[in-house]
Design a protein around this ligand. Structure first.
Ligand code: NAD
Length: 542
């Protein structure tokens, strides 16, 4: 502990730059993008601060141009994963004792590096790796990542300040210890910010980490490691391994020192990891913390009092930004019959105006989906919807993977509220709409609640306040993030802590103190100033 009660800088959200034609940020990001596109990188494992090149490699290609190679990355075998674990445990000896203000300074510096000198690079890397448009890259890789880093430092100090009551003769103190052992971060492809946040927030709280990024996010994961390194994260504190997820997880979860899983990804994988942790429970030295943010089947319900243009805009932005590959993306909508004619016209007009192609052309709103597996899955559901009797594609429905994995934004209308695409997470630019009778609002709210196993995000659009109140009540457990008169995406750190329940996760709210609390194990210290010297209590007297 330093000699002073230090205040950290007040956290603020990083302003989103516009990238409008003629702005300096637009030129900067395009220059970096083009330079990256024309060269290749070779991404090593990061173990104990060393760059480990195993010689077993895979290529990295942008989803919007999958024959073009922008680099290679090295694959770990079991020995590398074991080495990552032992070096993390070794680093723990010093890192867990590092004064908090030193840890804070490292991650505050990381925030400034991303906001400043690394901004164009991390955005361009996210455009290449995950095919995000510049706007989607900016709100994720730059701004949300910076926000996570800044706000987490502030939340850490708020947690440390939370202390019990003391009396004149007894001083009670709580020390927020890092978890004993090492932690494991498993991150998804879709957000560079999440990839950076999951390992760094555990490290900020004094933990050491083995991090396994998604195979589809490695180009931007490398930039995250460059930032951490330059910010001063010491060797061994965050170790990165790529490769076979099953082998890596088996090795990590077999260690008696495993103490926490910080996961974001699909529900099935999280449940498998949880099961495996349960099966190993007798081997662990401590009960591992398990935090997982997983899938969604996020909804929009419009009431008959809604404004059609607001509903169609919420559908377009909510369902199709980043090709519908946000966990919060709207993928089912419930529209009252009296508004459907108008909303249908607006949605079709808007979808027909969306341009699709490479993120390097900034006029494009839609780019490619992440990989061939995702493309094929989406194409299968779209083909099915073309032939099923209870579904009808009103706009979109074409796809082409000759150059990149391009799926047209697609709107399916179904007469069956339990139609497969109303229930299953597709994770692509496809939304399914069910049109309900205006006077069946209450029944439709029930349908919304009961149709999917998930409960991540959802939105109600209405001008009638009774209708809003009714939806807020009926959908209490249907979404962890509930939006009124807005699209169900775009949570901002420090403003809308994010996470869902049911099959959508443990709802530990990324971007909040609640999440950081999972990565500490409090120790209560009671200090008595006048220590008793006689066991007899007054009641024992004659
Ligand atoms: P995914 O589950 O395929 O992969 C996530 C991570 O798990 C990757 O690192 C992957 O390599 C790893 N993995 C895959 N199979 C594994 C296995 N058998 N054992 C161990 N690890 C394994 O998910 P994805 O495609 O990268 O991301 C999309 C999913 O993430 C969607 O379901 C989306 O809803 C969800 N998501 C949720 C949130 C949220 O906050 N709730 C945020 C982002 C993404």
């Amino acid at each position: 502990m330093g000699k002073g009660f230090f205040n950290v800088p007040t956290a603020n959200n990083e302003p989103v730059k516009s990238y409008a034609p003629g702005t300096p940020e637009r030129d900067a990001v395009l220059n970096v993008y083009n330079a990256m596109y024309r060269s290749t990188i070779d991404v090593p494992l990061y173990i104990n601060g060393l760059y480990v090149k195993t010689g077993s490699t895979r290529t990295i290609s942008p989803p919007h141009d999958h024959k073009h190679v922008v680099g290679t990355y090295h694959l770990a075998d079991q020995v590398h994963v074991e080495k990552a674990i032992t070096t993390a445990l070794e680093a723990r000896k010093t890192w867990s004792k590092m004064p908090w203000e030193q840890r804070a300074a490292i991650f505050l510096k990381a925030a400034e590096l991303v906001a400043g000198p690394y901004r164009a690079k991390i955005n361009a890397a996210t455009m290449i790796a995950q095919s995000k448009t510049i706007h989607q890259a900016e709100i994720d890789a730059a701004c949300e990542f910076v926000d996570f880093l800044r706000y987490n430092v502030q939340y850490m100090t708020e947690i440390y300040k939370d202390q019990p009551k003391s009396t004149n003769d007894v001083w009670n103190r709580v020390e927020y210890r890092p978890l004993e052992g090492f932690t494991y971060a498993v991150t998804p492809f879709n957000f560079t910010a999440i990839a950076g946040n999951l390992p760094s927030c555990m490290a900020l709280m004094g933990n050491v980490v083995v991090w396994k990024p998604s195979d589809s996010q490695i180009y931007s994961a490398k930039v995250i490691m460059d930032v951490f390194e330059e910010a001063g994260v010491p060797a061994g504190v965050i170790n990165v391994v790529f490769g076979d997820p099953v082998m890596i997880s088996n090795t990590v979860l077999a260690s008696p020192d495993f103490s926490g899983l910080h996961f974001t990804g699909s529900t099935f994988v999280f449940k498998e990891l949880w099961k495996q942790i349960g099966n190993n429970i007798h081997n662990y030295k401590t009960y591992p913390r398990i935090v997982g943010e997983t899938g969604g089947k996020d909804f929009i319900i419009a009431h008959k009092s809604a404004v059609p243009k607001q509903v169609s805009t919420a559908i377009i932005r909510g369902a199709f930004e980043f090709q519908g590959q946000k966990c919060s993306a709207a993928s089912r909508a419930y529209i009252p019959k009296s508004l459907w004619g108008e909303i249908k016209k607006l949605v079709i007009e808007d979808v027909n105006s969306l341009k699709m192609g490479s993120p390097a052309d900034m006029g494009n709103f839609i780019t490619a989906v992440i990989h061939e597996g995702s493309f094929d899955k989406l194409a299968t559901y779209i083909d099915q919807a073309k032939t099923d009797k209870d579904s009808n594609i009103i706009v979109g429905g074409n796809y082409d993977k000759s150059k990149g994995y391009f799926i047209e934004p697609t709107v399916i209308v179904t007469t069956n509220p339990k139609y497969t695409t109303m229930c299953t997470e597709l994770f692509g630019p496809v939304i399914t709409i069910y049109v309900y009778e205006d006077n069946a609002y209450a029944e439709t709210l029930k349908l919304v609640d009961e149709t999917s196993e998930y409960a991540l995000t959802g939105a109600v659009l209405a001008t009638d306040r009774y209708a809003i109140a009714q939806a807020t009540d009926a959908l209490q457990n249907s979404a962890g993030n509930f939006y009124i008169n807005d699209k169900p995406t775009g949570a901002v750190v420090g403003q809308q802590p994010f996470g869902g329940a049911r099959a959508s996760g443990t709802n530990d709210k990324a971007g909040s103190a609640q999440n950081l609390l999972r990565w500490v194990s409090p120790r209560l210290i009671k200090e008595t100033f006048i220590t008793p010297t006689d066991y007899r209590y007054p009641f024992l007297g004659e």
